[in-house]
Design a protein around this ligand. Structure first.
Ligand SMILES: *[C@@H]1O[C@H](CO)[C@@H](O)[C@H](O)[C@H]1NC(C)=O
Ligand SMILES: *[C@@H]1O[C@H](CO)[C@@H](O)[C@H](O)[C@H]1NC(C)=O
Ligand SMILES: *[C@@H]1O[C@H](CO)[C@@H](O)[C@H](O)[C@H]1NC(C)=O
Length: 194
């Protein structure tokens, strides 16, 4: 009995990996919630299908490490975006009149709030569980972008720091090139042998 169930688990895992399709990671509830939210955040068909993505697919790097750092940035962007959307929701008014209309409107807003909060929570979970180690790299990149370039002190100091940074950057490039050369040499060797 135990053996059989272990076997079927293996089978299932195998099946899962073979049948792994896009969307396998999206919980049904999350998918439904997004569809629901899109009813609220509706835009015209022309805008929706104008072929311009907010997150362009070409921008996603192919190399694994680069991709991970980039995807962490994407998650963080969603964190900021959804927080902003939450802030823009009308604050629930205290129900003083007891009129049905007011309650209905407030109710719809609260649904959206609940749904946005759920999506935000899913994004934060993924970021926390799988992207913790890239915290530092991304914040370093952000610091780089936020350097005050019109400040004379910054300009002078940056100039002074260029020699060692230039060397670091050149070194890295050499290293990548020599790795590539080694790889190619190995390929040629195996090719000659074969
Ligand atoms: C999300 O829901 C839509 C509509 O029900 C469905 O067509 C789509 O396949 C679902 N996607 C995922 C990833 O479950
Ligand atoms: C969005 O609005 C259009 C009309 O402007 C309507 O035809 C469409 O069904 C709406 N979409 C959703 C998801 O509610
Ligand atoms: C320029 O940057 C330096 C060092 O960060 C800072 O002390 C100084 O106040 C800045 N000057 C201006 C005009 O912002």
């Amino acid at each position: 009995m135990m053996v059989v169930s272990a076997k079927s688990v293996v089978c299932l895992c195998f099946l899962f990996s073979v049948c792994h399709v896009r969307g396998a990671y999206i919980p049904q509830k999350m998918n439904r919630t997004i569809l629901n939210l899109l009813k609220h955040y509706n835009i015209s068909k022309e805008e929706k299908y104008n072929g311009q993505l907010v997150f362009s697919k070409e921008a996603i790097p192919e190399k694994l490490l680069e991709k991970r750092v980039f995807m962490r940035g994407v998650l963080e962007t969603y964190e900021t975006l959804i927080s902003k959307m939450l802030k823009e929701l009308p604050t629930p008014l205290p129900d003083t009149t007891g009129s049905k209309g007011g309650v209905g409107e407030g109710g719809a807003g609260e649904d959206v709030r609940t749904e946005l909060n759920y999506i935000l929570q899913k994004v934060l979970e993924l970021k926390k569980n799988q992207y913790k180690e890239h915290d530092n790299l991304l914040s370093s990149l952000k610091k780089l972008i936020s350097i005050k370039m019109d400040n004379a002190t910054v300009q002078s100091k940056a100039l002074g720091e260029l020699p060692w940074l230039y060397e670091e950057a050149s070194d890295l490039n050499n290293e990548i090139q020599s790795r590539r050369r080694r790889r190619q040499a190995r390929k040629v060797k195996t090719h000659q042998r074969g």
